[in-house]
Design a protein around this ligand. Structure first.
Ligand SMILES: Nc1ncnc2c1ncn2[C@@H]1O[C@H](COP(=O)(O)OP(=O)(O)OP(=O)(O)O)[C@@H](O)[C@H]1O
Length: 320
């Protein structure tokens, strides 16, 4: 662990304009598949940055390159002010990561696996290791199952153990690839709590998800990937304001509702069982009245809270 007064850390903070991570022209191809197509990602220090994108948009590949786990085809990665892979040994101990396939041993228990991780942490020394491991297990809610073999763990328990490994020592940057994957709602809430704790303690967090709700609930910044390209990035608050207001309508007659609204020249489309209506040419009450007059039953209607959903839909339209 490096202290807050580490000169390398403070000088790099000035040199890189306060970025915890930065990629420039980051690209990865597998044969003819372009997994990541030249991404310039900027992760501000102290932020919680959500990498959002549909399945296959390049989130995991970007994160793996950021951590030095996958070599880029071209482009550069800078972590905590230092180039990778040249300075990997210096920087990676300050970075905690939860990525797919963390390589735990199937025949060892969760606790034994975590002990193996702990002895490899340069900041941890002999006597304290056992306590640190128990605290990490406790923090992710895995104490009761810590004695069981890893191979019998559920996906959610595996995620928790991966998170415990990422958080064994205080980090400057924590990178979580789909951390709520396989978790139940209670587990999801715990992840949010842990992310909030990390944020409060000044740790920069980069978290990927294909769920808007996850990003909205936890992030200060968002980066949207689509087909390997970064199509938007910035502060979440700004992105939320950027979208036009919408009304979400629940009805048993979705086709009829879309038809009736489009007849009145309103932009409307079906989305996950709801009708999303852009409120540029009419107010909410007018839209509802219009639907009722057209014989469309309205079960429920609410203004959409966010422009992010709309932005995401527009940016990644084909996938929805
Ligand atoms: N090792 C690999 N070999 C070949 N193709 C790969 C490999 N890894 C990723 N890809 C391809 O690169 C693209 C991006 O994949 P990636 O896993 O980075 O996306 P993702 O956004 O993380 O998706 P998901 O949300 O499904 O995890 C996909 O088309 C995927 O099939």
């Amino acid at each position: 662990m490096t202290s807050a007064v580490d000169p390398a850390r403070s000088s790099s903070a000035i040199a890189d304009g306060g970025l915890a991570a930065r990629t420039t022209g980051l690209r990865k191809t597998y044969g003819r598949t372009v997994a990541v197509a030249g991404v310039d990602l900027a992760v501000p220090r102290g932020g919680v940055v959500g990498v959002l994108g549909p399945n296959g948009s390049g989130k995991t590949t970007t994160i793996r390159m950021l951590l030095g786990l996958t070599a880029p085809s071209s482009g550069t990665v800078e972590l905590l002010g230092h180039q990778l892979p040249e300075h990997a040994g210096r920087v990676l101990p300050r970075v905690g990561a939860l990525v797919e396939g963390p390589g735990f041993h199937p025949f060892l228990s969760g606790r034994e696996n975590l002990l193996r991780c702990a002895v490899m942490e340069p900041a941890l020394r002999g006597p304290e290791i056992r306590d640190v491991v128990e605290q990490a297990l406790e923090r992710v809610g895995l104490s009761a199952a810590a004695g069981r073999r890893y191979r019998g763990y559920s996906l959610g328990m595996k995620q928790r153990l991966g998170l415990a490994a990422a958080l064994l020592v205080p980090r400057d940057l924590v990178v979580l690839d789909e951390p709520t994957n396989g978790l139940d709602p209670a587990g999801t809430r715990e992840i949010r709590r842990i992310i909030a704790e990390l944020h409060a303690s000044g740790t920069t967090v980069l978290v990927s998800s294909h769920l808007l709700s996850e990003i909205e609930a936890t992030c200060t910044h968002v980066a949207v990937l689509h087909r390997g390209s970064l199509v938007a990035q910035g502060e979440l608050a700004g992105m939320l304001e950027a979208g036009a207001p919408h009304l979400l309508v629940s009805t048993s007659d979705t086709d009829g509702a879309v038809r009736a609204l489009r007849d009145k020249s309103l932009k409307a489309r079906e989305e996950s069982g709801w009708i999303r209506v852009e409120l540029t040419g009419a107010e909410s009450d007018e839209v509802i009245a219009m639907l009722v007059h057209s014989g469309v039953p309205v079960r429920e209607a609410r203004r959409s809270r966010t422009g992010l959903e709309d932005l995401f839909a527009r940016l990644t339209e084909e996938e929805l």
